[in-house]
Design a protein around this ligand. Structure first.
Ligand SMILES: [Zn+2]
Length: 258
């Protein structure tokens, strides 16, 4: 299993493994030898040439460096190597999107919130300078944003809401806490809930994305804790849920051993 970066211009990439990541410049014209639509996956890297915004927060334009692409690829690899297949590295496409993930680079904050990145829900993940302060931040934010690809299906179903008692219907109970979420809907969670981070307490989707990140960080030996990040071991029932989620997206041994 490999991650191959094409860089700018025309390159020939040859992935020999069972499932490879082809990291390609946006509008790629590379000749890709050995790309297998079924087993491999393409991930596109897009530079920005003018400032970009999300929910009123504005960031300067920035060009990808190969070093930063390598940092992002550590996050992609964490997911890829755990599952042994390309399933979770695709965009969860709607009718008019393509099926690929596009990683867009943004630079320093111009105004608004301090964000590491965001996912537009249409297949584009933007990563700002805040995501590249260190290797762990880059992996955490990359995996968090990929987690958002799967929150439509999983953060509201398959028992995820119940793990925290998430409800958008005011329970009027002292057993619940109202989330500090400043986007969109109001949410409440059970006071007794264990979360992987402060940010996970925002709503079910950021609980899902941060737990998803904590799970894969732990798996590659990058688990950590600080005042706002409590790590994988702080939320054992969520890690158990994610173990099952990953098992359901893992190539069964009988498919790889023949
Ligand atoms: Zn998020």
């Amino acid at each position: 299993m490999d991650g191959l970066y094409g860089g700018a211009g025309i390159d020939v990439l040859d992935g020999n493994g069972a499932s490879d990541r082809f990291l390609l410049p946006e509008n790629n014209e590379d000749i890709i030898l050995g790309y297998d639509e079924v087993n491999d996956v393409k991930i596109f890297f897009e530079h920005t040439t003018s400032s970009v915004s999300s929910n009123g927060s504005k960031y300067a334009a920035k060009v990808w460096s190969e070093t930063d692409i390598e940092k992002v690829d550590r996050g992609l690899a964490a997911i890829h190597e755990k599952t042994g297949n390309n399933l979770l590295l695709h965009h969860d496409a709607w009718a008019f999107d393509d099926e690929y993930l596009h990683c867009r680079r943004a630079g320093v904050r111009i105004s608004g919130k301090s964000l590491g990145g965001w996912n537009d829900g249409l297949g584009t993940i933007t990563l700002t300078d805040n995501a590249f302060t260190n290797n762990t931040a880059a992996v955490l934010i990359t995996v968090h944003e990929i987690g958002h690809e799967w929150d439509d299906e999983y953060a509201f179903d398959h028992g995820w809401l119940g793990l925290s008692g998430w409800t958008d219907d005011n329970p009027n109970s002292s057993s619940y806490v109202k989330s500090a979420n400043t986007y969109g809907d109001d949410w409440w969670y059970l006071k007794s809930t264990k979360f992987v981070s402060t940010y996970a307490k925002n709503d079910p989707v950021d609980d899902f994305a941060d737990s998803f990140a904590a799970y894969f960080l732990r798996d590659v030996g990058m688990d950590f804790t600080n005042t706002t990040w409590f790590g994988a071991s702080s939320a054992p029932t969520k890690m158990t849920w994610l173990t099952e989620f990953v098992a359901n997206h893992t190539t069964p041994a009988w498919m790889t051993n023949w």
